[in-house]
Design a protein around this ligand. Structure first.
Ligand SMILES: C[S@@+](CC[C@H](N)C(=O)[O-])C[C@H]1O[C@@H](n2cnc3c(N)ncnc32)[C@H](O)[C@@H]1O
Length: 237
């Protein structure tokens, strides 16, 4: 048996191969400064966001300072572009457009796809107006439609059931649930300093049933990642 790890049949009990599993409970980066540097590094080395999208983020930060945190983060928008292209998406339904940042990212991913269609929804007339103008300015309003109307009001479980029952997703299609960990509260409330955030705590009762449903539903395969504010990736089988 060779001692080279790549050429051997590894017996984890053999003394020279007592590998220790990486603890998933470890905090990945030692402090906030390192975390900020790492995120910046990731953004710089990932599929870029075009200037018009970055300008739109600045505009939203300026005009909707009190609500701008609702936008996905820039790295998350990069992730959405990469994912939409990787899955070969042609049609995208988004619930919750806000000023259109994530929809612009999806549009960037699909702009060269023949027959592409993006439908996004929101109930806030003020932000819908900004989003519509942004789609027009970006020249994507020919395939991005904003519906100013409420989607189902009852939360992620009903969205998931509607998508599945109406067969809106093809086999291999993907549903992305954002904020499914809600500041970590979904997994742990008592030891979580965010338990003082009553709005976030109130959402736990809607998110836990969704996470449990997608984990068990035989029609899909789910992966919840502790990135951003918790991302549920749900692929139709
Ligand atoms: C977190 S923000 C979306 C952010 C957006 N995806 C982005 O990255 O810029 C959620 C949005 O959902 C909208 N919303 C809330 N209830 C809704 C409903 N029933 N139907 C459609 N949109 C809704 C809110 O007005 C808000 O703009």
């Amino acid at each position: 048996m060779s001692n080279h790890p790549r050429n051997c049949a590894i017996n984890l009990q053999t003394p020279q191969f007592q590998f220790k599993m990486k603890e998933e409970t470890d905090v990945l980066f030692p402090n906030r400064d390192v975390s900020i540097a790492v995120i910046k590094y990731c953004k710089q080395h990932s599929v870029p966001l075009p200037k018009h999208i970055l300008d739109h983020v600045d505009l939203t930060n300026g005009e909707f300072a009190d609500k701008a945190e609702m936008m996905v983060s820039p790295l998350q928008a990069q992730y959405l572009i990469w994912t939409a292209r990787t899955f070969g998406a042609k049609k995208i339904l988004e619930i919750g457009c806000f000023t259109g940042f994530s929809a612009l990212a999806f549009a960037e991913a699909l702009k060269d796809v023949e027959g592409a269609k993006i439908i996004t929804t929101d109930i806030d007339p003020e932000t819908c107006k900004v989003a519509r103008q942004a789609f027009k300015d970006a020249g994507v309003d020919n395939f991005v439609t904003l519906l100013e109307a409420p989607a189902l009001d009852s939360g992620y479980v009903d969205y998931f059931n509607a998508v599945m029952d109406l067969k809106l997703l093809r086999k291999g299609g993907i549903l992305i649930g954002d904020n499914v960990l809600r500041l970590g509260l979904v997994a742990e409330i008592e030891k979580n300093p965010n338990k003082e955030d009553k709005d976030s705590v109130s959402r736990v009762q809607y998110l836990r049933p969704f996470n449990e449903l997608v984990a068990k539903d035989p029609r899909v395969e789910a992966l919840i990642l502790p990135v951003f504010d918790g991302l549920a990736l749900v692929r139709v089988l």
